[in-house]
Ligand binder design. Structure first.
Ligand code: FES
Length: 401
């Protein structure tokens, strides 16, 4: 404080003119490249626009889930992968029948494995009948080159905001970000205790159960409680993850709740969690990719299900006219028509798809509503979680690669 008191404030009034004089004197040819500065090089390494990787190993974790190990593709000029925080995801770029898509997948390996062993692991459920999993199952092999985004997402532990303990509510293959977090805790890279309420039908369908068990055996900060619908086991819970269970295991108020699982789990928790009056900063929900079939939601307006609307899409100087069924998100309809749009989280969080609604009406589920007040005032929407309720006209951002 005293140092500030004795500063000559008048000195700062001359900073502007002094800079202007230096700029005027400089030669026109001196244009420093942005990569010249160390801070820019660090920013570029941490947040690359994209990363070119190659599949080095594949492991089937169960009947449908395959782990793909991705390493830098040196031939494509990628020397090092970006550092990430446990809980983040990568957006994978896919070109299917000439159309460009991307899909977010949580990283199931640890930040330390990326740094020291040089790989990310993406564990993807390859269910049949879905466009991206079908494509990945048929086309990804060892040696396949894959372009992904920088690590993204805020489903990460932050001691400044989170409690000193984590209660993880996990449904089925929503376990992937928690595997990464469990590794980071065991490695000493996250300073927190984590109790995992791991919901599955039975023990044998619990993905990564063995890996989690091994981590928990070597680290007293980790604990797993199996919550099994069809099986009763010693030390576990029988049934579903309920508010009663949350109350039972959240014994310390300084505990953040991290949730990742299927849609039904969010539907339940969105209704029930407010009753527990847990401070908002301690509630961390990872929405698992794109919402499909909005008709299943109670808040979805009646009589819309079978309608198909016209969607006018302005992008820069071009206007497209496409069809969009009521149950299809605007982003899905846009991508399926071959138009490229910046998209990452597909769940209303990241803001990459931020677009202007020129006319028409949309439905956005309450739990995916993360727009700011100004967006509502000036008519901006997130097409990744908007569904048409009438013919629409929207203006989308340009896609830059
Ligand atoms: S893609 Fe993230 S908000 Fe739409």
């Amino acid at each position: 404080m005293s140092a500030i008191k004795h500063l000559n404030k008048m000195k700062f009034t001359k900073t502007g003119p002094r800079r202007e004089a230096i700029i005027k004197k400089a030669s026109d040819k001196m244009t420093p490249e942005s990569s010249f500065y160390k801070s820019n090089r660090i920013a570029q390494a941490l947040h690359p626009a994209y990363q070119d990787l190659v599949i080095s190993k594949m492991v089937m974790e169960d009947e449908v889930t395959c782990s793909y190990y991705l390493e830098p593709d040196k031939e494509a000029g990628c020397e090092k992968m970006a550092y990430f925080q446990a809980g983040q995801y990568l957006c994978v770029e896919l070109t299917i029948d000439g159309h460009h898509f991307n899909r977010p997948y949580s990283i199931s390996s640890s930040p330390r494995q990326a740094k020291e062993e040089g790989f990310y692991r993406l564990s993807i459920a390859l269910m049949k009948g879905f466009i991206a999993p079908d494509y990945i199952r048929e086309n990804w092999k060892v040696g396949t080159k894959v372009r992904v985004s920088a690590p993204l997402g805020n489903f990460t532990y932050n001691r400044l905001r989170d409690g000193k303990k984590i209660l993880a509510l996990i449904g089925g293959n929503g376990v992937t970000p928690f595997v990464s977090m469990a590794h980071a805790i065991a490695d000493g890279d996250i300073d927190a205790d984590m109790l995992m309420l791991y919901g599955n039908k039975d023990l044998k369908s619990a993905l990564f159960r063995k890996e989690l068990q091994q981590l928990a055996e070597g680290c007293e900060r980790l604990k797993i409680i199996d919550v099994l619908e069809d099986e009763e086991i010693e030390g576990g819970e029988h049934g579903l993850i309920t508010t009663q269970l949350i109350k039972k295991y959240r014994t310390d108020k300084d505990t953040s709740l991290f949730v990742c699982g299927p849609q039904a789990m969010y539907d339940y928790l969105n209704k029930e969690l407010p009753k527990l009056k847990i401070p908002q900063k301690y509630l961390r929900l990872e929405i698992y990719g794109q919402l499909n079939e909005p008709f299943r939601l109670k808040e979805y307006p009646k009589g819309q299900k079978d309608k198909v609307y016209t969607l006018k899409v302005r992008q820069g100087e071009v206007t497209y006219e496409i069809r969009c069924p009521a149950g299809t998100s605007l982003v899905n309809a846009i991508e399926q028509s071959g138009i490229r749009i910046p998209v990452h989280c597909r769940s209303g969080y990241c803001g990459f798809c931020h677009s202007r609604l020129i006319s028409g009406e949309i439905f956005t589920p309450g739990f995916l509503e993360h727009r700011r007040a100004a967006d509502h005032t000036y008519g901006y929407i997130h097409p990744c979680c908007s569904f048409p309720l009438s013919d629409l006209e929207i203006e989308i951002p340009l896609y830059k690669n």
